[in-house]
Design a protein around this ligand. Structure first.
Ligand SMILES: [Zn+2]
Length: 233
């Protein structure tokens, strides 16, 4: 003969089993999963490549700036040498000197910008490198812990399944079928506790005759409102 307590215990066990299975699935997914570390390494490598590009750019801009500086000095030396006789020639040199100075200023700014960018990228590479090392260390520890936990959880699961089977064997076939049906339709919550005269699943106040039947705990009494098996502890 089934008691409602048995159905309630069965539900507790089924919930525990489901949690255990979920945890096992989650552990299995994380075991061997190096995606976090790989992502850090991938970002570091991409940044390293950008350093190569920035270095080339910085070098060519620096060289360009140097040769322009020489040119500016040459023009200015000529300008202040006192060798220019005509006003027109003087104006021509002045124009050229100021044009070259402007160009040099722009170029110097670009050189500075690429230097800053290079500096940032180098710091980024170092930071990502350090983070991937940390992540790797953490991963190694975590993998060992997860491996241990997985073993324990699998033992727990087979233990739970064994206990569940022997409990289910004590419940009548008809009641098991009712329980299983409700377990599916009520998303794992087939048995509802009664507290203060109310069904705890739906909050409905239960009529006295229903409470009395549920109290005897012999045969399943369903809540009028949500259809779950009522259980009074
Ligand atoms: Zn209910």
């Amino acid at each position: 003969m089934t008691t409602l307590k048995q159905l309630y215990d069965l539900q507790e066990m089924d919930q525990e089993t489901a949690e255990c299975r979920d945890r096992i699935t989650a552990i299995e997914r994380r075991l061997g999963d190096r995606s976090e570390i790989e992502e850090l390494v991938r970002r570091r490598d991409a940044l390293k490549e950008s350093i190569d590009r920035l270095t080339v750019r910085h070098r060519s801009e620096s060289l360009e700036a140097e040769s322009l500086r020489v040119k500016v000095e040459e023009v200015e030396a000529r300008l202040y040498s006192g060798s220019i006789k005509s006003v027109r020639e003087m104006e021509g040199f002045q124009k050229e000197a100021s044009f070259l100075r402007e160009q040099l200023q722009e170029l110097d700014e670009r050189v500075l910008e690429s230097m800053v960018a290079l500096d940032e990228a180098q710091r980024g590479v170092e930071e990502l490198g350090a983070r991937s090392v940390e992540s790797e260390e953490r991963w190694q520890v975590e993998q060992v812990e997860l491996g241990r936990e997985l073993k324990d959880r699998r033992t727990d699961l087979s233990d739970l399944e064994g206990r569940r089977d022997s409990l289910a064997a004590q419940v009548s076939g008809q009641d098991i079928r009712l329980y299983e049906r409700l377990r599916v339709s009520k998303k794992g919550w087939a048995v509802a506790k009664v507290q203060g005269g109310m069904c705890r699943a739906c909050g409905m106040a239960l009529p006295t005759h229903q409470l009395q039947r549920a109290r005897t705990g012999r045969e399943p009494v369903l809540c009028n409102s949500c259809g779950r098996i009522l259980f009074m502890s």
